[in-house]
Write a protein that binds this ligand. Sequence first.
Ligand code: MG
Length: 281
Amino acid sequence: MITCKSTRELDKMRRSGRVTARVLERLVGAVQPKVTTQEVNEFADELIRKEGGIPAFLGYHGFIGSICTSVNEEIVHGIPSTRALREGDLFKIDIGALVDGWFSDMATTVYVGEPDPSARRLVDVTRRALGIAIESVRPGAHISDVGHAVQRYVEGQGFSVVRALVGHGIGTALHEDPPVPNYGRPGMGAVLKPGMVLALEPMVNAGSYQVKTLADKWTVVTADGKRSAHFEHTVAVTPDGFEILTLAQEAPMPNEIPMELKAKEGGALDATQTAGRAAAG
Ligand code: MG
């Protein structure tokens, strides 16, 4: 069942989203060579709790991290560990928080040190894919319109979209209906209505879309070992279109958002990209 959130509930989700976005901004600023993924995880845990939230992923189906940390060919669900980040790594942070009963979910891809040109291109395309997903959100659109737009763009750029993992509704549960694939034909699935809230999260592979799960039963990697990038925002359907809930600052006026997103490539999603050597490049 897809729920529509009330104005009051959306306000709570906005506050949850702000916590997640603020923490992620700080984490991005802390990423550098030699930092371990466990150190980033501990920093995240501390910051989320300081903001009055609870790390959403800790204990989720037994997950032992407070965030997911995935490097290079690891797509998502990487477990924080003693692995030290190295110059040239593509580091993905996926973070969620529970604040006052409401979840928010967000992810970004960060360059560790200087990116090579192919990493930069993969990240730019993935960031733009999220922008395209968000811009597809409006009342009356179908769920599959989002994935269709993402797939058409990403494959047109010579990359592939992961199919085994999808975005999702979000609210008082971390994963709610509907699933939001990043591929497919348009005009299918539920019709979007104001008050629906979706975690949109294209995962883009440099090679094939096929994935496998490591023996740790969590980490999802590309089957061909090529790199992957991931961006995610929690987004509400509004009467006019969409509102990004995972913003570190007060949301801009709704009619300003599309312009921001349509800024020059790489201009989208600056909320996650203002600190440190972020993937905004
Ligand atoms: Mg998610």
